[in-house]
Structures are given as C-alpha cells and as structure tokens.
Ligand binder design. Structure first.
Ligand SMILES: NC(=O)C1=CN([C@@H]2O[C@H](COP(=O)(O)OP(=O)(O)OC[C@H]3O[C@@H](n4cnc5c(N)ncnc54)[C@H](OP(=O)(O)O)[C@@H]3O)[C@@H](O)[C@H]2O)[C@H](O)CC1
Ligand SMILES: [K+]
Length: 454
C-alpha cells in the first residue's frame, strides 16, 4: 500500500526544518526527476517544450529546461510570466546558459505541463484554459509536472513530487493523470513521508479466501443469505458471485416462485446456519416492513447495497456492528441526507469525496463504507483506502451486484467488514483487468467467471 496526503507543504517544511534541506535542493531534485525520465525515454536532441506558470510549479519547469538544455532542443513557453522568488531565480539561471524562451506554443516531441501544481485554486481564465486545450491537441508525449494543471491537462504520465496527493484520486482526476510516478526530493520517499491514515491499495494487497485446511466441508466456508428482490436477477448475480468467491452455501431469501440456478438454494426465511447477509440488490418493494424486520432480526454481518439507501430501514442498519455499505455517488448523497450529515448534490460530493466519506465515518465509526466510483474509497473509522484499479469496463448494470456478492462472500467466510470490503473490491477490479475482451463487452457473468482465475 502507498500513502496518500491531503497536502505536502508540511512534508516540505519538515525537510527544511528537520533535515536542513532547502527549497532550492527540493526543486533541483524535482526537476532532475523529470529530466531523468526524459533522458531514459527520449533520444538526445528531441524537441522539448516546457509550458510554465508563475509559481514554483513553473519554477520546476524552468529548472528542467536548464538541466536538458544543449542535450535536447529545449524551449520555454510561459502561460504566465515567472513571478515567485524561485521562478525568477530559475529563469535567471536558465537564461544565463542560453535556454530559449518561445513566444508561442510550438510542436514538439515532448510537452511538459509546469503551469500549476498544488497551488491551483478556483478556475482557469479563458486564456489559460485555451493554452491547455492547445497543449492537449498537440501530438507530443505529455508529461505533467507534479500534477496535471487543474486536471485539465491530459498527461501520458504524471511525475509527482515527493508523495501521492489525495486530489489525484478523485474521480474527476482519473482521465488527466496517465501513469503516475513519484519523484524523490533529496531524501528517500520513506523519509520524506510521514504516517497517513489514507492508503492506496495495490492489486497485490489482495488476500484471496484460503482453502488450506483439508479436513473441511461445505459448512466450513460460511453460509450467505441474500434477500431476493423485485429485480431477482440482481440477487442471483450477487449469489453466484458469492458462491464463486468461496461461500460454502448461498441461499436466496424471498417470497416469489422464481427460476434460480441449480447451484443456489431458495428459502422464505434466513437459514439457521447463516453466517452473513446481503440486502438491497434489486430489492424494490419486494419485502414488506415486517419481512425486512424479520430478515434483519439477528446480529449477522451484513452488506447493504442499492435500494436500501433510499429506505428509512437504512438507519436501523447503521446501528448494526458488522456492516458494509456499498453506495454509488447518488445513493451516498441520499444516505448523507437521511443520516442528517449533509444535503448536497452529486457534483459537490464528487469534488469532495474524501471529505464526505470522513464525515460519514466520523459519525458511524463502526460502519465500513465503500463509496463506488472511478476510484473506490473505502472508509472505516478514521482510516481510508483507495482502490484506483477499476476501469470503465465495469460501468455496466450488474457490476455492483457482483461486487456486493464478493464482499458478502468474504464476510460469510469470516473476513472482517473492512477486509471483506477491501479484498472484495480488489478482486472485482482484478477480474475486470484480467478480462481479455473489448472493454465495452465486459458483462457481470464475465466478472463472475474471472473470479475463479484470480
Ligand atoms: N513537495 C513538493 O510537492 C514540492 C513541490 N514543488 C513544486 O511547487 C509546486 C507548488 O508551488 P506553488 O508556488 O505553491 O504553487 P503552483 O506553482 O502550483 O501554483 C501557484 C501559481 O499558480 C497560479 N494559479 C493558481 N490557480 C490558478 C488558476 N486557477 N488559474 C491560473 N493560475 C493559477 C498562481 O498564479 P497567481 O497569478 O494567481 O498568483 C500561482 O502563481 C508544486 O506543484 C511543485 O511543482 C517544489 O518544486 C518542490 C517540492
Ligand atoms: K502541472
């Protein structure tokens, strides 16, 4: 797992105050990190255009021009004239060795975005916005210095300084970043970083259900009961996912006579030896209030998804101990309102996903929250984890039902709610990444099939 930070200015300050480094030294390493990438990937004399802003992000870019000048055909182009102390000093140094400043944005082999980094605020002016749009239209390899400017610049790779920032893992950032590498700033990353309660999940953090014990039977691996709702297909997809991910037994609990796959069981009530529940997928108005109360009349671990977030019953669910909630953005907005935490629109949530996850988990520290999205955020008490590995192939009906089934399966096999959420989410995204077909063609059945090959 890698650490994520709200801001890195305090980490820089510690470098100055405790490690006796300077802004100049950190900046030189920042620029050198980009120079090294370019030297390793582009032949000498390639044309490099570095678009700079007025602050220290721009200063990074100007320092980069000095490091590459003469070995590469380097030009500086100012989106905003250098203004910060470091930017002016870097400009003086660059001009002293003959770095060229161009009055227009020229075609090139490599384009570096050093307009703005962590100092971005508000909106771009029309002029800057059009420069960035012109940059995006250039046929060049695109490198973002520290952070793609305003996440409007669309990078092939983002070389970020010192540490990963949380803002890079908002959903709106995903299309701008390209690959991500961290550049060290004069000390190793482990020295530069401090503890963080927010971590980025790596695919190899996945801990699959184990079947190490030979002396076992189907009861050894849990029994999951899933509420079968009005849209019975949703419950069936969750149930098949859970069976595929190792639950020993899976029962659909409902009141309709429906056709179900022969591998699943059906009952009008929660079976005696049930070890976990799942509720909400395709639920609709299938369960009366009494039937819902009966389904929940236990202290079993529970995954709650989909329709439940629009029902008053969710407030009772929030009182349970072992609960995983798996809303998407719209369902989370509905939950925040119902729980009297915030009354916001989806686009406000999407801009501040970490903030609202933290607010929810502060009020309900015993609940594990998985907020779906391009970058999944999993919150529990004061901790949060990000799964960035999802792809747009998952944007299809039923993907969420599969995810709930995977998480519920691990719950039924004894995983803690947090571990079930993290590993269910990693398995979900890994199955999608392993899919060999075209991304538009991935179906929930392909996902379920992919689970057995993890
Ligand atoms: N540890 C590290 O991360 C290090 C980072 N470095 C680099 O420093 C920048 C942060 O530098 P800073 O000067 O704080 O801020 P920026 O350069 O990112 O941006 C500030 C300038 O950007 C202009 N700005 C801000 N918002 C807008 C906007 N909406 N439209 C246009 N321009 C904007 C602002 O201009 P003003 O005229 O408004 O003042 C600022 O001048 C970090 O990203 C790294 O690249 C260090 O080099 C090493 C350590
Ligand atoms: K930038």
């Amino acid at each position: 797992m890698q650490k994520l930070f709200d801001e890195v200015a305090s980490l820089d300050k510690r470098c100055y105050d405790e490690f006796f480094l300077s802004e100049d030294i950190l900046m030189e390493h920042a620029a050198n990190g980009i120079a090294a990438y370019i030297r390793n990937n582009f032949k000498k004399n390639s044309k490099i255009v570095i678009v700079c802003g007025s602050g220290n992000n721009g200063a990074d870019g100007i320092a980069l021009s000095r490091l590459l000048h003469a070995d590469y055909d380097v030009y500086l182009f100012y989106a905003k004239k250098p203004a910060s102390k470091m930017a002016l000093l870097q400009q003086k140094r660059a001009l002293a060795i003959g770095v060229r400043e161009s009055a227009e944005l020229e075609s090139c082999d490599v384009l570096v975005d050093a307009i703005v980094g962590t100092g971005f605020s508000g909106e771009f002016s029309k002029e800057i916005a059009s420069i960035i749009d012109e940059m995006n239209a250039l046929n060049a390899f695109k490198i973002a210095c520290d952070i793609p400017s305003g996440y409007r610049f669309l990078a092939d790779i983002t070389l970020t300084m010192g540490a990963l920032k949380k803002s890079m893992f908002l959903d709106g950032s995903k299309d701008a970043l390209g690959d991500i590498r961290v550049v060290d700033l004069g000390v190793s990353r482990d020295i530069y970083e401090r503890d963080s309660n927010c971590k980025l999940l790596d695919l190899d953090d996945l801990r699959l259900p184990s079947r190490a014990k030979k002396d076992s039977h189907k009861g050894s691996y849990g029994h999951l009961a899933i509420a079968s709702g009005q849209m019975s297909g949703a419950g069936i997809m969750s149930a098949l996912s859970a069976l595929r991910f190792g639950s020993g037994l899976v029962t659909l609990v409902g009141f309709e006579k429906i056709e179900i796959p022969h591998t699943l069981m059906y009952s009008h009530e929660v079976p005696q030896n049930t070890t976990a529940l799942a509720l909400g997928m395709g639920l609709g108005a299938e369960f009366s209030a009494q039937e819902l109360e009966k389904f929940l009349d236990n202290a079993l671990p529970l995954v709650a998804d989909a329709d439940i977030f629009h029902m008053q019953a969710v407030l009772d669910i929030l009182k349970r101990e072992d609960v995983v909630l798996t809303p998407h953005a719209k369902e989370f907005v509905s939950l925040l309102k119902r729980a009297n935490i915030a009354d916001i629109a989806v686009d406000e949530l999407q801009k501040e996903r970490f903030k609202y996850v933290e607010m929810f988990c502060k009020k309900y520290p015993h609940v594990t929250l998985l907020l779906k999205g391009a970058n999944v955020i999993i919150g529990k008490d004061s901790e949060c984890f990000v799964n960035p590995h999802g792809t747009q192939a998952l944007a299809k009906g039923g993907s969420g039902d599969v995810l709930s089934g995977l998480i519920a399966s691990l719950l039924s096999q004894g995983y803690s709610p947090l571990d079930a959420a993290m590993n269910g989410s990693l398995a979900h995204t890994k199955a999608a990444l392993h899919y060999s077909g075209a991304d538009y063609s991935l179906t929930p059945d392909d996902l379920i099939e992919g689970i057995c090959k993890l």
